[in-house]
Design a protein around this ligand. Structure first.
Ligand SMILES: [Zn+2]
Length: 68
């Protein structure tokens, strides 16, 4: 069975691959690193920059989670 690595799109064997679904340990670390750096944040999810803005605002903003 062949799978495409989600990071580099390289075709790799699924069997005997300890790093699946990635082709290698390198791609696995790249993927984990992207998550850690917030590159894959879910649209509409908590925005860290909004928190920063409210901290600088003269008045305290609404409690977190009541923005809708
Ligand atoms: Zn790869």
């Amino acid at each position: 069975m062949k799978v495409h690595c989600p990071v580099c799109k390289k075709e790799e064997n699924w069997e005997n691959n300890p790093f699946r679904p990635f082709c290698s340990d390198r791609c696995k670390l790249i993927d984990l690193g992207e998550w850690a750096m917030g590159k894959r944040s879910i649209p509409g999810d908590h925005d860290p920059t909004a928190e920063e803005d409210s901290a600088r605002a003269p008045k305290p903003s609404k409690p977190e989670g009541s923005e809708e």
